[in-house]
Ligand binder design. Structure first.
Ligand code: GP9
Ligand code: MN
Length: 613
């Protein structure tokens, strides 16, 4: 026993580092869904955590002999906590924790109710060793055995050397790595989870200073780049001039539900019918990031990309934006309002809506919300639309009114009386329920349209209906594959990132537009129909009536899709043959993606639109 205690006292620091090292590698390999392709991927997987772990554990050296053991235990537990928090977050979002997410935790929908479901019994293996280490440390303390500390200088130099080696190898492998700080998958894969977290912290500290160091010239440079390709006009320009605009954000609604049946019944009978007399854009991708609904709103309103981490609504509510309500008011005297049955401060909407130029926000307090008429996040969609109509009918025309639905939100709960379709029967309960909540949402829109028709508020309106982001995360996607009778492949996963986008103008003949696009393109398309020029605006939005398939649809992690190619999980695919092909084929599009994302971030973080008033 004495021998063991002496051994541990001499090697406790090394033991803790090695245990954490092994644990981190195992969590990275098993928990995070990385594809390791090259020998350098393997080398980086092995060496990337070690330097930072040594540094973290080394902090215990800064304390006196008496408190060192306890500090070592605290540091050990904190590192394990950080690793585990990332694993849980990853299981749901297939993403890594950022500082901004931690700061807006109360606004992160989805995790709360389901955190329990994300825990696996095997997780004891990740946390259990804390107790073993704790026991060893406490018994050493009792026996007054001191922890042997290695030489500080040598130790610090070794850990810093290993971190430098990791960064150098990672940059050698991917020269754009540090310019694409939004590609968290790649960052964690190359730099390891701890270096990534550290880098993210630095990014968070740096961000507020970008505004101070930006000036008019930066704005000019961005503007020149964007204006290099002037927007094209089509014969549809202005066909809806002067009409009221009703925008409906469909919570968590993916495009696969459109024209899809379950046990012979349509999931969205109303929308399927509406599409026949509408412009239906059948290839539109979700481009949101951690700001979920608010990111989708942000793209529609500003034609800028969301931020790589956190929600712009929370992070930059005091900026200047050339938002849709402001453009509509200036060009055609529109009044703009929002209807949403949740608390007004969720996603910091109350503040951000003022910045975006909305004249009024009808939030939860404007609704009669009871236990019977609400579920999950708040008032159900049917009473939500019904109660909204009164206020809508009092608005001065022309108006633009945005309705944000809520019932079809994870974990997709529904009262029995609201179930209009049988649940699906896949092995994934979340997917089975999803079908029923989407069906309910469809019924709510039908009801809303009927009421508008009755009140003669339908004819003179342009309706914009879009899905805000995915509802079924990768964790539950096998259920969708089963429902659609398709294989789980990266390209099928990509197709599932499509959201519905419908523009309905009463009296207008229906048309399916197969051109690929993203949510960022909604704004230019709508302005085009309203006959409002998008020239001279800092915008990344393309009019979908003139967009081409060779223009990449850019995702917030730097990946992209065009008509022929897709770059996902760091692999370039030929979409026709469905094969992985030479990365070179995707490079020009990736460069465009990188440019657009960096410019958009510069506009937001530098608040550059304040120079263009
Ligand atoms: C909450 C609603 C849902 O108000 O917008 O938020 P989400 O979690 O989808 O971003
Ligand atoms: Mn949402």
């Amino acid at each position: 026993m004495k021998k063991l205690t002496t051994y541990l006292s001499n090697h406790l620091i090394a033991t803790t580092v090695i245990l954490l090292w092994i644990k981190t590698i195992l969590v990275t390999v098993i928990g995070f869904d990385f594809t390791l392709m090259t020998w350098l991927d393997f080398v980086l997987l092995i060496i990337s955590p070690i330097g930072t772990l040594m540094l973290f554990i080394g902090f215990s050296f800064l304390f006196t002999k008496r408190v060192r053991p306890i500090n070592l235990l605290v540091i050990y537990s904190l590192i394990t906590g950080l690793l585990y928090a990332n694993l849980l977050y990853y299981r749901f979002y297939i993403d890594f924790v950022t500082v901004s997410v931690l700061l807006q935790i109360s606004n992160v929908g989805g995790l709360g109710a389901s955190t329990f479901e994300l825990i696996s019994p095997y997780d004891c293996l990740i946390i259990g060793d804390i107790f073993v280490i704790g026991f060893v440390i406490l018994s050493m303390k009792k026996k007054k055995v001191n922890i042997h500390r290695p030489g500080r200088r040598k130790y610090a130099l070794t850990s810093i050397g290993l971190i430098a080696l990791t960064i150098s190898l990672a940059v050698f492998q991917n020269p754009h790595l540090l310019n694409t700080s939004y590609d968290r998958d790649q960052l964690v894969k190359s730099l390891g989870i701890y270096n990534y977290q550290f880098g993210n912290l630095l990014y968070g500290i740096k961000a507020p200073f970008e505004k101070l160091t930006s000036d008019k010239q930066d704005a000019g440079a961005v503007n020149d780049f964007i204006q290099a390709k002037p927007p094209k006009k089509s014969d549809l320009f202005g066909i809806a001039e002067g009409k009221n605009v009703v925008i409906i954000s469909l919570e968590s609604t993916q495009n696969f539900v459109i024209n899809q049946t379950v046990n012979g019944e349509e999931i969205t009978p109303f929308l399927n019918n509406l599409i026949k007399d509408s412009f239906y854009f059948s290839n539109i991708y979700d481009q949101t990031s951690q700001g979920k609904t608010s990111d989708a709103e942000f793209m529609v309103d500003t034609a800028l990309y969301p931020l790589p981490s956190g929600s712009v609504f929370v992070r930059r509510p005091e900026n200047t934006f050339q938002s849709l309500p402001i453009v509509l008011k200036k060009s055609a005297g529109y009044t703009s309002v929002v209807f949403h049955g949740n608390e007004s401060d969720f996603w910091n909407r109350d503040q951000m809506y003022r910045t975006l130029g909305y004249d009024h926000f009808y939030s939860k307090k404007y609704y009669n919300v009871t236990k019977e008429n609400s579920i999950n996040y708040g008032i159900k969609d049917i009473p939500f639309f019904q109660q909204s109509i009164k206020q809508l009918s009092t608005l001065p025309e022309p108006y633009s009114a945005k309705f944000i639905t809520l019932s079809n939100h994870f974990p997709f709960l529904l009262d029995e009386e609201d179930q209009f379709i049988e649940t699906a029967d896949t092995k994934v309960e979340v997917v089975n329920r999803y079908v029923t909540t989407v069906r309910y949402e469809d019924e709510a829109i039908k009801d809303f349209f009927n009421s508008l028709k009755e009140k003669k508020m339908y004819e003179d309106t342009l309706f914009v209906i879009y899905g805000d982001h995915y509802g079924i995360s990768s964790k539950y996607e096998s259920g969708v594959h089963a429902l659609l009778d398709q294989k789980d492949t990266p390209l099928n996963h990509l197709e599932l990132q499509q959201v519905p986008f419908i523009i309905h103008i009463p009296g207008q003949e229906g048309r399916v537009i197969n051109t690929i696009g993203g949510q960022i393109d909604i704004r230019s398309t709508v302005l085009h129909l309203l006959g409002i020029s998008t020239e001279n605006r800092m915008s990344f939005s393309h009019n979908l009536f003139t967009r081409t398939n060779s223009e990449p649809v850019v995702f917030r992690d730097g990946s992209m899709v065009t008509g022929n190619y897709a770059y996902i999980n760091n692999l370039c695919y030929d979409r026709n043959s469905k094969e992985v092909i030479d990365r070179k084929n995707c490079l020009p599009y990736l460069e465009s993606a990188r440019n657009q994302l960096n410019l958009s971030d510069n506009i937001i973080l530098g608040d550059l639109l304040r120079f263009t008033k």
